[in-house]
Structure formats: C-alpha cells, structure tokens
Design a protein around this ligand. Structure first.
Ligand code: CA
Length: 227
C-alpha cells in the first residue's frame, strides 16, 4: 500500500486528505508541523509527501530540504501561497508538483497518482534516512556516521559530497554535477577537488581505501555510491 505523508496544520483539511487517501487505498499519515513530518518520514519512509508551506514551527521549504537530503519520494506542495517566486523556490528545493489551495480533491489525487508514477519504482524502496553499507552506517537525518562502533567525523564539504552520492545511490553521478552541487557552478571543472575529497571519504569509510566497495570511481565520468 503506497504510503503518503500529509504535512498540514489545518486539522479539517488534514482530516479530509487522510480520509480521501485511505478511501483510495493509500496508507496516510498526518504531521501537523515540520518537526513531526521529518520524524515520521524518517521512521516510515513515505512513497509521496503532500506538503503545506505555511507550518507553525518551520517553513515548509525547510521540511523539503530536510527530506531531500535523503529521500527521493515525490513531494507535492499544497499551499495557498501562489506567487511564482514561491513556486520556483519550492521546485528548486526539490518539489515535484505544486497545487494551489483551494483545490479539488479529484485533481489532487490525479496529480498524486501522476507524481508517484513518475517516481522511479526502484528508488522508492531504498528511500531511507539510515544507510548501512560495507561496515559503516550513515544516518542522513542526524548527520551521523559510525564505522566498527566508532563515530566518524566529516567536514561540512565531505558530508555534502557524501549526501549527493547517497541521494543518487546506485547511479553514476557525473564529476560536473558533483562539483556544481557541492562547490558551485564556478568550480564545475575542478575535478582535482573531487579526487582529494573522495580520498578523504574513502579513508574514513572504506575498510580498504585503495579497493573501495562503496565509493566507486567511474574513470573519466564520475562516481557511484554502491550499497
Ligand atoms: Ca498552513
């Protein structure tokens, strides 16, 4: 049963969404604020998220950024805010679609179906905040890592690079994409940065850094994180 996380602080609307989703065969969970949303998502990774932008404890866009550090589940923003700047900001932060309140329930359900169809079915099952691979464990939500029972410390840049690779786990990520995401567009050609930082990551995570099992180099192309 596909699991949908409804992040909505208006109780009546949250309840209406919950009832309609359950009637359509979804497993619906409701979070009335951002902190609860991130906690529920980490405990039970959702297949899709309906996200209100105006939440009592934090901006909805922060919830999306939090989710996007580890989850590829489709996020549909459901919000009364409808200036194009806000739509662009939501899409830039990783939203898959944007639905303006008030909306028709049938339209919302149709767009939810479309978003879950677009999502790669293979990637949804591993949308978890905790990654265990080859002797180490990474908790992407808590930003903590352990290897052989010991905490591993990363610099912010190392962690950012690791997050991008893990978000795309099993897929080749090009050097250009990694450089652009972690260091910015001005550094798109500085592949020496990647060699240095990947060596740091391997030294910290891999049992044998010269024969990596998780942080794989694809020569001339980029890198891939293997679980
Ligand atoms: Ca609201």
């Amino acid at each position: 049963m596909p699991r949908v996380l409804v992040v909505e602080d208006e109780p009546q609307l949250a309840r209406a969404l919950e009832i309609n989703l359950r009637a359509r065969g979804y497993d619906a969970a409701v979070a009335p604020d951002g902190k609860t949303a991130l906690r529920l998502a980490a405990a039970h990774p959702p297949d899709a998220v309906l996200l209100d932008l105006g939440l009592p404890d934090m901006p909805g866009i922060e919830v999306m950024r939090g989710l996007r550090t580890w989850s590829q589940a489709p996020v549909l923003v459901v919000s009364a805010r409808s200036t194009s700047d806000e739509k662009v900001a939501a899409l830039d932060a990783g939203a898959d679609d944007y639905i303006t309140k008030p909306f028709g329930m049938e339209e919302l359900l149709a767009r939810l179906r479309a978003a879950t169809r677009r999502a790669d079915p293979g990637s949804r099952s591993d949308g978890s905040a905790v990654v265990t691979a080859n002797g180490f464990t990474l908790d992407l939500l808590a930003k903590k890592a352990r290897r052989d029972g010991n905490d591993i410390r990363f610099t912010p840049t190392e962690w950012h690079l690791l997050e991008v690779l893990i978000r795309n786990r099993g897929r080749l990520v090009s050097q250009r994409q990694l450089l652009q995401e972690v260091w910015g567009p001005a550094c798109r050609t500085r592949s020496n940065y990647l060699r240095v930082y990947m060596a740091h990551l391997r030294r910290k995570l891999e049992a044998d850094p010269s024969h990596p099992r998780s942080l794989i180099t694809v020569p001339g192309m980029g890198y891939r994180f293997e679980v």
